[in-house]
Each structure stands twice: as structure tokens, then as C-alpha cells.
Design a binder for this molecule. Structure first.
Ligand SMILES: NC(=O)c1ccc[n+]([C@@H]2O[C@H](COP(=O)([O-])OP(=O)(O)OC[C@H]3O[C@@H](n4cnc5c(N)ncnc54)[C@H](O)[C@@H]3O)[C@@H](O)[C@H]2O)c1
Length: 319
């Protein structure tokens, strides 16, 4: 029996596959190499996976129901970790229908395949963006949230609800993990830490939206992978929403200063107004993750930035 990981060629997906394969789990990956960023980067992410005999990969789109049928018919799958998505917040404002197609229709296809093939365990990648511009000091899972401020956030919120419905009706057991800005080796090139590192390194100006006081709760990739693995093994209750954060919000100016320090270069800053869709702050309450999953973030922001920059400096020659 294998675990199906959707979005396996992506930043988080490939890191999770590496960890599962290392512990001897059979893994099936699916990814369509979506054009949001370069295919070569995603192929590189998968290199280590292909060294393992217990890894099987399908290049397919979640919206292609026939391809999914084949995959589910030809494999023994015990559970699904559903990470595939169109993941950018700002592009979702330009292309809401694309986000609906992949994040909602594609995800519904996965839920339907699971129902038809009696696979009843799911871990889903939700996002801190579902909290919108939440006023609370710290974001806990029981806050009433119904004001997403981007189509991306709305798509994640919708899926949490569809998954709840499938748990109620069809005996599904699911954990929706709300990831708070994930960073580290293989981070998507569109995300601020990666983009700023590249621009500062190349001596180009970085766009700083707003006054630099916006805060993000950054989560190091290894901590996210540990949290996903704990959710894979969690079976106590039929449906849970659980935050996975770093627990240490950092503002934009501090983030830039940390990159400057470890890259050894000064940033040129292009001051721009705040962007629609961007939230002012994210701050994860991780007590539920600690209680239910035994989750504990182990990499603080400075250590994480050091590891990211070390990785970036080796990879920049490749890309
Ligand atoms: N990185 C973060 O900070 C963060 C924060 C919150 C939530 N998330 C969520 O975690 C998940 C993984 O994010 P990531 O940062 O690794 O993004 P990523 O873009 O690196 O990975 C997503 C993968 O899904 C694939 N994909 C997209 N559409 C597909 C489709 N129609 N069919 C098959 N595959 C498809 C892409 O090719 C990509 O490899 C996403 O669901 C994202 O929304 C990420």
C-alpha cells in the first residue's frame, strides 16, 4: 500500500516525498509540472526520489479525470496527501478561474476518486491565508473566518468545507493543515525570501510593498514535513483543522535584514504601496498542533535563513 502525494514535484511535495521514501514508505507522486515556475526546477526537486525503488511518478493533471481513474485503478493507495495547487496569492487575483479549476475542481476529483476507491484517509494543504485580515493577535483554528481576500484563499477555504462534508457523508478521515509561509531549500522562486535573495545577490532592487511592518509567521520546511508526517499518522478524530507555523512572526524589514546579513550584501529597496490580496500579518497559534500531533518547530528564523542561503548559493549555478 502506498501514500499518494499530489504536487510531488513542488517545493513541499518533493521534500515530503524525500522524507517518506527515506523511512521506507511506498510513495506515488503526481504532478503536471504546472507552468507557474520552471519545469527544470521541479525535475531537479524530484531527482532524489527517482533514486528510490519505492517511488512511482505520474505526470498528470488533477483536472484529467481519466488519468486519475487509471492511477487509482492501477495502484494500491492507503491514503492521500493532497498538496497540488496553484499556490500564488497575487496571480489568483489575475486568474481566478484557473485557481477554481485546479484548486477546487482538481481537488474535488481527488475526493471523488478516494470515495469511489474506498480510500478514507486524507491530509490536505490548506493555508494561513484563509484567516484573511484577521484582527486577532494570534490565529487559532476556532476563529470564525469567512472573509478571504484573494481567490486563492477562497479556494482553500472552500476545500476545507468540502472535505468536512465528505468526512460527514462518506466516512473520510481528514486533517486540513493550515501552513504558515513555508521557506527553506527548494522554496518557490516567487516567494519573497527566495525572490529577495536572488535580487539582492544580483545587485538589483527588491520591491518592498507597504512600509515594511507587515509580519509573517515563517515555517521552516523540515518542520512542515514533520507536521505532515504526524498528520499522516493521526487517526483519533474524523476531521481536524490544524495550524502549522513557526510561532515567531517576523516583519518584512527584519526579514530583509536577515537575508542581507547572511548573504553579506546590502539590499536596494524599491518602496511600493501594499498589494491587494496581501494580509497585514500572520501569527500561528500552534497549541493544537502541539497537542494533537506532538508538533514542535525546531528551526528558528535565523537558522532557517542560513540554511536557505547555503542552498541558494549552490543552486544558483544550476538555474
Ligand atoms: N509554500 C507555502 O508557503 C505555502 C503556504 C500555505 C499553503 N501552501 C500550500 O501547500 C501546497 C504546496 O505548496 P508549494 O509551496 O510546495 O507549491 P509548489 O507550486 O511548489 O507545488 C505545487 C505543485 O502542484 C503542482 N500542480 C499544480 N497544479 C496541478 C494540477 N492541476 N495537477 C497536478 N499537479 C499540479 C505544481 O506543478 C507544483 O509542482 C499548495 O497546496 C499550497 O497552496 C503553501
Amino acid at each position: 500500500m502506498a501514500i499518494l502525494v499530489t504536487g510531488a514535484a513542488g517545493f513541499i511535495g518533493s521534500s515530503l516525498c524525500d522524507a517518506l521514501l527515506k523511512q521506507g514508505t511506498d510513495v506515488i507522486g503526481i504532478d503536471n509540472f504546472d507552468g507557474f515556475y520552471a519545469r527544470e526546477i521541479k525535475e531537479d526537486n524530484l531527482k532524489n526520489c527517482f533514486q528510490h525503488n519505492n517511488f512511482k511518478f505520474y505526470e498528470a493533471d488533477l483536472t484529467d479525470i481519466k488519468a486519475l481513474e487509471k492511477l487509482f485503478e492501477n495502484n494500491q493507495i492507503c491514503q492521500v496527501v493532497h498538496l497540488a495547487a496553484k499556490a500564488g496569492v497575487r496571480p489568483s487575483i489575475e486568474h481566478p478561474l484557473d485557481y477554481c479549476q485546479t484548486n477546487i475542481i482538481g481537488s474535488m476529483n481527488i475526493l471523488e476518486m478516494m470515495r469511489r476507491h474506498n480510500i478514507n484517509k486524507l491530509v490536505f494543504a490548506s493555508s494561513s491565508s484563509v484567516y484573511g485580515n484577521c484582527r486577532a493577535d494570534i490565529f487559532s483554528e476556532d476563529l470564525k473566518i469567512n472573509e478571504p481576500i484573494s481567490p486563492y484563499a477562497a479556494s482553500k477555504s472552500a476545500l476545507e468545507q468540502f472535505i468536512y462534508t465528505y468526512c460527514k457523508l462518506f466516512n473520510l478521515q481528514a486533517v486540513c493543515l493550515r501552513f504558515f509561509t513555508v521557506y527553506g531549500p527548494r522554496q518557490r522562486p516567487d516567494l519573497a525570501i527566495h525572490k529577495f535573495t536572488r535580487l539582492i545577490d544580483e545587485g538589483k532592487a527588491i520591491p518592498m510593498f507597504g512600509d515594511g511592518s507587515s509580519k509573517r509567521d515563517y515555517t521552516y520546511i523540515d518542520d512542515i514535513v514533520s507536521g505532515i508526517c504526524a498528520a499522516i499518522n493521526y487517526t483519533q478524530t474524523p476531521y481536524e483543522i490544524i495550524n502549522l507555523g513557526g510561532g515567531e512572526p517576523v516583519n518584512l524589514r527584519q526579514m530583509i535584514a536577515m537575508i542581507e546579513k547572511h548573504l553579506g550584501k546590502k539590499a536596494i529597496i524599491d518602496h511600493l504601496p501594499s498589494q491587494p490580496g496581501d494580509v497585514d500579518k500572520t501569527a500561528a497559534d500552534i497549541r493544537k498542533a502541539q497537542k494533537l500531533l506532538g508538533y514542535e518547530p525546531h528551526t528558528n528564523f535565523e537558522q532557517g535563513i542560513q540554511k536557505f542561503i547555503a542552498w541558494y548559493l549552490t543552486r544558483k549555478k544550476v538555474f
